[in-house]
Design a protein around this ligand. Structure first.
Ligand code: NAD
Length: 429
């Protein structure tokens, strides 16, 4: 497994739990050192116990050196990052192609090379071409096996997938992939074999569709406010329709994270270059960018028109609960906007503080929600961590100087907030 990030580590841990022998490789020596000492560099529920058990059983190991593991491997996964390229929105494939160059000299015997990273259509073919040029003598096949896990429930998603998708044009490689996923197939997880291009595109199309659902309900929430409807009621009503489904119909401050923004941008580029633009998805991207800015304005409005000289407590910095990932989080737009408008921001997040500190200078970091709201004029819920649901609103209110609660995740009930003495603003109701 090349790449010990979210996807690489979780995949490696789960494959080793299935009983396979896995070596997880990363070019970052500090990360490998931590892992070898039994520490997990990211916060992901249950990942620590899984890694600890499989490390103890000798089924998983960590290294910066890929020579021996690649030579011995039947299957090499590429799980390196494919971030957004500066300027044009394309997926940056430099980490993928670097890994291909790194592994090529060590291929020995028939080896399946499989991308778990999200990569543009045609990347499997390009990897094959490059490997063929580097090692005309080697026996290998290149597959695509995009990953659909969600941060925060990654282990569950990996072991209970809606489907496992494999893009594969080679019979020998198919046999290896079938064997690898047999433990899931035996539990009735659908393992789907399609062409490599279909697999590559399906991953982007899935994320774009989910992003579209979020932008859709966000716009409907705005409309609800304008016409006195309640977005929770509307979402429940439309979600009951099996054709629509009730997931991803939660209005909020816009999608973020390490995947949706970059994958939407990359799909837009792929479609434009294929001269088959996805105008719907281009609009989703615009709606979502505007959404984050609109949320900062909404906070100002709730604060009486200005946050200048006011103290704003922000609860939740990660892009979603149960992760410490802050990539493209709405907080990275909203917090600096509030600071620019003269607010003093106090921040609390159960796990993301360490990642956020460098990116959000000027924030006063607190050890709990109750500490964050101390003497605040306004409190904003930006990420719906479960621990915020159980907070006593009376306790929050009593510690504050002001009485404004801006709930951008609809965690609380309006009556409950009013009863606690808050001037309450939420989304779409
Ligand atoms: P990440 O940034 O957390 O991890 C990538 C890791 O790869 C880093 O540790 C980096 O040091 C390592 N790396 C880079 N180049 C390397 C090389 N040449 N050799 C060895 N190690 C190298 O990334 P991630 O979030 O795990 O995402 C990986 C891929 O999976 C991306 O394409 C992403 O779009 C996709 N994906 C991510 C998620 C998610 O929820 N994070 C879900 C599905 C798919």
């Amino acid at each position: 497994m090349i790449g010990a990030g979210y996807v690489g580590l979780v995949s490696a841990a789960c494959f080793s739990e299935f009983g396979w022998k896995v070596t997880c490789i990363d070019k970052d020596p500090a990360k490998i050192d931590l892992l070898n000492k039994g520490h997990v560099p990211i916060y992901e529920p249950r990942l620590d116990e899984l890694l600890e058990r499989n490390l103890r059983m000798g089924r998983i190991s960590f290294s910066t050196d890929l020579a021996k593991p690649v030579a011995e491997a039947e299957l090499v996964f590429l799980a390196v990052g494919t971030p957004m390229r500066r300027g044009d929105g394309h997926a940056d494939l430099s980490f993928v192609f670097q890994a291909v160059e790194d592994l090529a000299p060590h291929l020995k015997g028939f080896t399946v090379i499989t991308t778990k990273s999200t990569v543009p259509v045609g990347t499997s073919r390009e990897i094959e071409k490059r490997l063929r040029a580097l090692r005309p003598d080697a026996e290998f096949a290149v597959c695509s096996n995009p990953e659909f896990l969600r941060e925060g429930s990654a282990i569950y998603d990996f072991t209970h997938p809606d489907r496992v998708l494999v893009g594969c044009d080679d019979d020998r490689a198919r046999e290896v992939m079938e064997r690898l996923y047999k433990p899931l197939a035996l539990r009735n997880a659908p393992v789907m074999f399609v062409s490599r291009e279909s697999a590559e595109l399906a991953k982007y199309a899935a994320n774009a569709f989910l992003a579209m659902k979020i932008s859709f309900i966000n716009e409907v929430a705005d409309l609800c406010e304008a016409v006195d409807a309640d977005v929770q009621e509307v979402a429940t009503a439309i979600g009951a329709d099996g054709r629509i489904g009730n997931k991803f119909l939660h209005p909020g401050p816009g999608y973020g994270g390490s995947c949706f923004p970059k994958d939407v941008a990359a799909l837009i580029r792929i479609a434009r270059e294929a001269r088959s633009p996805l105008s719907l998805i281009e609009q989703v991207q615009t709606v979502n960018s505007e959404r984050k800015i609109a949320m900062a304005k909404r906070i100002e409005h709730a604060a009486g028109g200005s946050v200048a000289g006011k103290t704003v407590a922000v609860l939740g910095i990660a892009f979603k609960p149960d992760t410490d990932d802050i990539r493209e989080a709405p907080s990275l737009i909203v917090v600096p906007m509030l600071q620019e408008k003269g607010a003093m921001v106090r921040g609390y997040d159960p796990h993301a503080r360490e990642n956020a500190e460098a990116l959000l200078p000027g924030v006063v970091w607190c050890a709990s929600a109750l500490e964050a709201v101390e003497q605040a004029d306004v409190v904003v819920v930006l990420t719906e961590w479960n621990e915020f649901r159980a907070l006593s609103l009376e306790s929050l209110r009593s510690r504050m100087r002001g009485d404004v609660l801006v709930d951008l995740r609809n965690v609380y009930e309006p009556q409950q907030a009013s009863a606690a003495g808050f001037s309450y603003a939420s989304i779409g109701r």
